[in-house]
Structures are given as structure tokens and as C-alpha cells.
Design a protein around this ligand. Structure first.
Ligand code: ADP
Ligand code: MG
Length: 434
């Protein structure tokens, strides 16, 4: 396999010089003076890999994503150990500047292969690489494990995504209150508002939403600087019965969705799993991937954040409104979900359950309709329509457990969260598996 390579950095630098002299599949076909030139060369299709020696400090996850989308694998060389940690965090393959040219050629070949495999995956897995083109750069995917890399074996919290079709079925209500219940029960919880159409977690919890915490987190992740302290600093705090619920608020204007790039979001989720026992993500509704049809492979993809979250989550709740508009809409949306993320088994939640919309004994009516028209599988929960509780909670900007602790809606969500409300004992929280 022939691997034409472009480089950035003085050819006199040991490794690049050695690489140019090597006989073998890896050939340096272009020496660039700066990163912008490298991007242009990569997009022209004449190289399959890029080695960045100078300017490695200016690399970002977005740039790596850009090269990956053009089919170019990236390897960075630097002797700066803190920069190497940042590169690891951005999943950019890296090595010391003094690396042996032969070892560098091997590293390049492995990175190229990993990128190709990720590309093949996109064709069959329907959206994997769409959601995370940078996956090919994972430390396990290519090359020797760089020394000092953050060990992926550490604590890993679980991620729960709350999703549902358009029409305000109650995604945010469920996400906010699941998070609140878990936090009040003592778990370390991070709530992320990833709805790129109408973020509303901040207003639901009475937070100033000017900070757009998720956009900030993405910016830091893009630069490989989202460590635990940074994530703590930029997440807003809500105090619930003496416990902290951390929140990454959503984008303040829906036209800011371009700031939530998949590679950066993966980095945010990774950091979230490190710091929180449970991360709950309030997702947008749309799964459409029509951007795929665009010839501009780097066009940002508005729904990529939802797709990425659904793929990454350990548990997915699919919420639908329990009425004659909401249920058929949920059934159609579940079929789209099965196409977009094959193999996913969402837990179906019917919300705003009331006799006035479906008749007497609404649960058995809904169960019957689900058996006849639904995609199979059980309904995991029925959440009652409880307008007084929902309105009071929104009006006061607090969770149901504070505004309406004895309400039927709060009790049902607490039960779903695995928190026992009845009696004074609140049980340990056990996140459910997929
Ligand atoms: N079980 C419920 N009973 C009554 N009102 C509800 C219930 N669940 C949600 N709501 C209300 O419905 C509206 C939409 O809910 P929201 O959670 O914001 O939907 P989504 O995030 O799906 O757009 C809000 O006004 C909310 O208070
Ligand atoms: Mg919402």
C-alpha cells in the first residue's frame, strides 16, 4: 500500500528528515509551511496522511475531524509532554519529535488503516462515523499507547439519553427530573442539554442560560483542554436537598448548533463519564441525516449531536405523548430511530397519560394500542398528565421533587429513576443497563 504523506515542519527536524529518506510505502509528497496549507493539500486528495511537527500546538479536534473527513490520517510530533496529553484527549495520534523514522512510518500506516476501517464502519453501521469521525484516532485504534495517556480504564459513569419525536412530548421534563431524583439521592449527576432545536433545561431549572455550558465544553474539548476541573468550572450548579446537580446548559440560540461538533461532543461525553456516576442528556428530536447527501463532507451536521448521544448512551428513553397525535408520531419516530441507530433498544415512556385523551383506564387502552400498532416491546413507564405539578415546577424553575414532591408525576419519575419515594427511605440508585 502506497501512503503519500504531507508534512508541516522543517525537513531538517530529525524524524521528518528521516521519513523523507525512507524507502517504503510511506513517501513525503508535500512539505507544507503551515496548517492552513496542510488542510488545502489534504482536501485536494493527493495525500492519505499528514504529519505535523511544527504547529502541533495549534491542532484542534475540529481540524483532525476535517482531515479525517477528507480521508487523511493525522500524526503529531512533539516533545512537550503536556501537549501530548492534550493530543491524547483530542484522540490525535502522537509521538515524540525524536521518534525513529521507521517507527513513525509504522505509526502512519496504522493510523491510515484505522481511518479506513472507521470509514468502512460508516457504510454498514449507518451513522457511526457520521457521529464520530474522530473515532479512528482513538488511542486503542492506532499506534502504541503514548506514555502518560489518561487511562481509559478509570471510573466510567453511565450515560442516559432522553429522546422523543417533535411536539413537546416531555423530553426535558423527564430528563431534568430523572437527573434531579438521582442527584438528590446522592449520585454524582451531570445533566447535559444537547437539544439543538429548542434548549430549555436552563429555564426549567431557573438558571441563567447565557453561559451555554455545552458550547463552552465543546470548545475546550476541541482544544484537548476539558479536564475534570474545567468541566466542574463551566457546569452550572443546582442544589437539591443538599446535593449538587451539575448542568451543562444548551446553546442559547438555535443557530449556534454548529458549535456542537461531533468530535468535541465525544470528548465532552468522555469527560462526563469520568466525573459523573450518571450523565443524563436531553436530546433534540430530529434524526434526519440529509446533510449526508451534501457534497461538502465538512458541512456541519445539525442532528449529529443527537445521533452521537443516542449511539453513545447506555440507556435511551423514547418519550411520546399519550394521545392520538403523540402515539402514532412516536411509532414512526421509533422506526426512524431503528434505521438511524441499528440495534438500539429504547425504553418507551408514554407521558401525559390521561383518561380524557384515550378513554377510561388509559394504561390498558394504551397498552392495547401499542400491541396493535407499536413496533413491539414493552412500555417501560406511563407518566400521568399532571398539569398543576408541571406548571408549578416550570413557573418556579425547580425540579418536581422541590415544587410538587407528593405529585403523581414526581412519584412516577422517581420510580423510573430507581429512587424510592414512599416512606422516608430513599434507596440507593442503581442505573439500569441497556
Ligand atoms: N406529565 C405531564 N403532565 C403535564 N404537563 C407536562 C407533563 N410533562 C410535560 N409537561 C409539559 O409539557 C410541556 C412540554 O414539555 P417539555 O418537557 O418541555 O417537552 P419537550 O422537551 O419534549 O419539548 C411543558 O410545558 C411541560 O411542563
Ligand atoms: Mg425539550
Amino acid at each position: 500500500m502506497n501512503i503519500p504523506v504531507a508534512t508541516v515542519g522543517a525537513a531538517t527536524a530529525g524524524a521528518l528528515d528521516g521519513l523523507e529518506r525512507l524507502q517504503g510505502p510511506v513517501t513525503v509528497v508535500r512539505r507544507c509551511t503551515e496548517l492552513t496549507e496542510l488542510v488545502a493539500v489534504s482536501q485536494s486528495g493527493i495525500v492519505r496522511a499528514a504529519v505535523v511537527a511544527d504547529e502541533a500546538g495549534d491542532l484542534t479536534a475540529a481540524l483532525a475531524e476535517r482531515l479525517a473527513a477528507a480521508g487523511v490520517a493525522l500524526v503529531a510530533l512533539t516533545d512537550d509532554s503536556s501537549l501530548r496529553l492534550r493530543l491524547d484527549a483530542m484522540r490525535i495520534v502522537n509521538a515524540p519529535g525524536s521518534v525513529d523514522p521507521g517507527a513513525l512510518a509504522d505509526l502512519i500506516a496504522v493510523a491510515v488503516q484505522a481511518l479506513e476501517q472507521a470509514g468502512d464502519g460508516a457504510g454498514t453501521a449507518g451513522g457511526n462515523a457520521l457521529a464520530d469521525p474522530a473515532a479512528a484516532f482513538g488511542p486503542g485504534a492506532a499506534g502504541p499507547e503514548p506514555e502518560g495517556a489518561a487511562e481509559p480504564e478509570g471510573r466510567r459513569g453511565v450515560v442516559t439519553a432522553v429522546w422523543g419525536p417533535a411536539g413537546a412530548p416531555g423530553r426535558t421534563t423527564l430528563a431534568v427530573n430523572l437527573a434531579a431524583e438521582a442527584a438528590a439521592a446522592g449520585a454524582r449527576v451531570l445533566l447535559i442539554d444537547a437539544d439543538t432545536y429548542g434548549s430549555s433545561v436552563a429555564v426549567s431549572l431557573g438558571l441563567l442560560d447565557e453561559s451555554a455550558g455545552l458550547a463552552q465544553a465543546c470548545r475546550l474539548a476541541d482544544q484537548g483542554m476539558l479536564d475534570d476541573a474545567a468541566l466542574h468550572r463551566i457546569s452550572a450548579s443546582v442544589s437539591l436537598r443538599g446535593h449538587r446537580l451539575a448542568v451543562l446548559t444548551g446553546i442559547t440560540r438555535s443557530d449556534r448548533w454548529v458549535e456542537l461538533r461531533p468530535a468535541a461532543l465525544s470528548g465532552v461525553l468522555e469527560a462526563a463519564r469520568r466525573v459523573a456516576d450518571l450523565t443524563i442528556v436531553d436530546c433534540g428530536f430530529s434524526l434526519e441525516t440529509d446533510e449526508e447527501l451534501s457534497f461538502d463532507t465538512m458541512a456541519p451536521r445539525r442532528n449529529a449531536s443527537t445521533l452521537l448521544m443516542l449511539e453513545a448512551a447506555d440507556t435511551v428513553y423514547a418519550v411520546g405523548a399519550a394521545d392520538s397525535v403523540g402515539v402514532p408520531r412516536l411509532v414512526r419516530a421509533l422506526s426512524d430511530l431503528a434505521d438511524a441507530v441499528p440495534g438500539l433498544e429504547p425504553r418507551v415512556v408514554l407521558n401525559k397519560v390521561r383518561a380524557s385523551s384515550v378513554g377510561r383506564e388509559p394504561r390498558s387502552q394504551l397498552r392495547g394500542a401499542w400491541e396493535r400498532f407499536g413496533p413491539g416491546g414493552e412500555i417501560a413507564a406511563f407518566l400521568p398528565a399532571d398539569y398543576d405539578a408541571a406548571d408549578a415546577s416550570l413557573l418556579s424553575g425547580t425540579a418536581l421533587l422541590e415544587t410538587a414532591p407528593a405529585s403523581a408525576l414526581r412519584t412516577s419519575i422517581a420510580e423510573l429513576a430507581g429512587v424510592q419515594v414512599a416512606g422516608r427511605r430513599r434507596g440507593a440508585l442503581r442505573p439500569r443497563a441497556k
